[in-house]
Ligand binder design. Structure first.
Ligand code: GAL
Length: 510
């Protein structure tokens, strides 16, 4: 009995400490204000924000604090006087600005947003090792900032988001979206008809000063029809060759710089009973991902870019060469690749049964989460080329809890959020104001990626939404899927030519 009482006291203390910590850190970073004499909400807003129009921000913040600590006033009717000695919460200016962006007087979010609580439904496809940890780190920051809100982690598994997008699009059109969802930077946004279904984020960009801290190339990629529709949380690299350090050390091998070196090495490994290159394609996109990296190497940066803008025809010899290489590679991969996803196939490397894998650097997140020591190098032919993509979060117009979204987006774009997230995710911050001390906190692979990002030629990933509209991405993926079976280089190239013509025509029409 005594033990239980002890436990109860202890638990009580923990809960109290939690509440105090939440308040101490200032869930909106503001401060308490005990009203000296009876006044009005508008007068308080005027006093702290130099405009009476900010009364919803004072009301919203105070009511949120009331949910955590009932000694704060619950303001039900903003027109009634605020009695002397009432305890209010004055949010900091940046929170108030973000709040007013969504919760202005005749906005659809009004008046529900004045009372706080509710959920934040976050849609993403981050379920694998590294992905889940990164997302959890963002949630931890959010919980500190908005402890009145319950986060709903609405993931739909399936790498690169092909399953996710198929599910989320009809929901958005039906007016039943999550509050915020994962969206690749680039032309992927076109598939969501953003002008109809998404909230433009230009004002938020201005409030947060993001045009000064994100690289210009990324800002250009983010702008579609003159607006920003997502907040970038990272930069990923699609072209990385991961190799088993144990196997490479055992046989004194070095990562191949050319495809000829690769095939020499592959013959050697095959003879030893080791899978030379581990492949997956259960998601239908992984082989096409490998192909985009081969293509970047055979075409090189300028021509590769031109393939997606229509400046370089898909009949080019560098496309033929890439298909020939992929065809040859298929003799050196695990036969069960159609059953593996990008993450499950990595077990081959972890168990010392496979020597190499070509995948984006989210694989590093997986290796870190599983404690597997691997080496990395650019895939053959891509030294000095960084095939890039970025994950962003968008804000649907019909978000069920709009008032809870600005804080989430602000965290995604913040330095604190980007450091906490990317260290675990295997990506690098999109922000350019990371100091050398902050950079030093990142694991070695990510530090090397940060360096490459500033000095390599940057080209967009197609499979991960940066280079092309979704219809083109799907055709590209399907052509390669078919090629794995037919191994018919000519037919595949003809299909790629056709896909390009159709997509470029569709893009020209818009
Ligand atoms: C990419 C996404 C990455 C990573 C990967 C595998 O499309 O940008 O963040 O999660 O898919 O799921």
């Amino acid at each position: 009995m005594k033990r239980f009482r002890c436990l109860a006291v202890w638990l009580g203390l923990v809960v109290l400490m939690g509440a105090v910590m939440a308040l101490g850190q200032g869930y909106v970073g503001g401060h308490e204000y005990v009203v000296p004499e009876t006044t009005s909400l508008k007068a308080v807003a005027e006093k702290f924000f130099e405009t009476p129009d900010y009364w919803p921000a004072v009301m919203g913040a105070t009511n949120r604090m009331h949910l955590l600590d009932p000694s704060f006033l619950l303001i039900e009717n903003p027109d009634l006087p605020i009695e002397a000695t009432s305890k209010l919460w004055i949010p900091p200016k940046d929170w108030a600005d973000r709040f007013m962006w969504v919760c202005y007087f005749d906005s659809p979010a009004f008046p529900a947003c004045l009372f706080g609580g509710g959920q934040l439904v976050v849609g993403s496809w981050w379920t694998a090792g590294g992905e889940a940890e990164g997302l959890a780190a963002l949630f931890d920051i959010y919980k500190r900032e908005q402890p009145d809100v319950v986060i709903v982690n609405a993931t739909i598994a399936g790498g690169a988001g092909f399953v996710f997008r198929a599910v989320i699009k009809p929901r958005i059109i039906a007016g039943n979206p999550p509050d915020t969802f994962q969206l690749h930077a680039g032309l992927e946004v076109a598939g969501y008809e953003p002008e109809k279904y998404l909230r433009p984020l230009d004002e938020l960009y201005a409030m947060e000063g993001w045009e000064e801290v994100f690289p210009k190339a990324l800002l250009d990629l983010m702008r579609y029809k003159g607006h920003y529709w997502g907040v970038p949380v990272n930069i990923h690299r699609s072209n990385v060759l991961w190799y088993s350090k144990a196997i490479f050390e055992e046989y004194g091998l070095t990562p191949p710089a050319t495809w000829e070196e690769f095939f020499e090495l592959a013959d050697f490994l095959k003879e030893k009973g080791i899978v030379p290159l581990v492949l997956s394609n259960a998601g239908g996109w992984e082989a096409a991902h490998l192909f985009e990296d081969i293509l970047a190497g055979t075409c090189k940066a300028e021509k590769y870019r031109g393939l997606w803008t229509g400046e370089v025809p898909w009949t080019d010899g560098c496309v033929t060469e890439a298909l020939e290489i992929l065809k040859r590679i298929l003799d050196y991969v695990n036969v069960d690749y159609p059953a593996h996803t990008w993450d499950t196939c990595l077990e081959y490397l972890a168990e010392g049964k496979g020597a190499m894998n070509i995948m984006g650097d989210w694989a590093m997140g997986w290796f870190m989460a599983k404690g597997v020591d691997v080496g990395w190098a650019p895939p053959p032919g891509t030294k000095g080329i960084f095939v890039a993509l970025s994950d962003t979060f968008a804000f649907p117009i019909a978000a069920p809890n709009p008032a809870n979204v600005p804080t989430w987006l602000a965290i995604c774009g913040s330095k604190e959020g980007q450091i906490a997230f990317n260290i675990r995710k295997g990506s690098i911050p999109a922000r350019i104001d990371i100091t050398p001390e902050e950079r030093a906190q990142f694991p070695p692979y990510l530090q090397s990626a940060m360096e490459d990002w500033t000095r390599d030629e940057i080209v967009p990933s197609v499979i991960h939404g940066a280079a092309a509209i979704e219809a083109w991405v799907t055709d590209f993926k399907d052509v390669i899927g078919m090629f794995l079976v037919t191994k018919d280089v000519e037919a595949a190239q003809a299909a790629l030519v056709e896909a390009a013509e159709e997509a470029l025509a569709a893009m020209a029409e818009k």
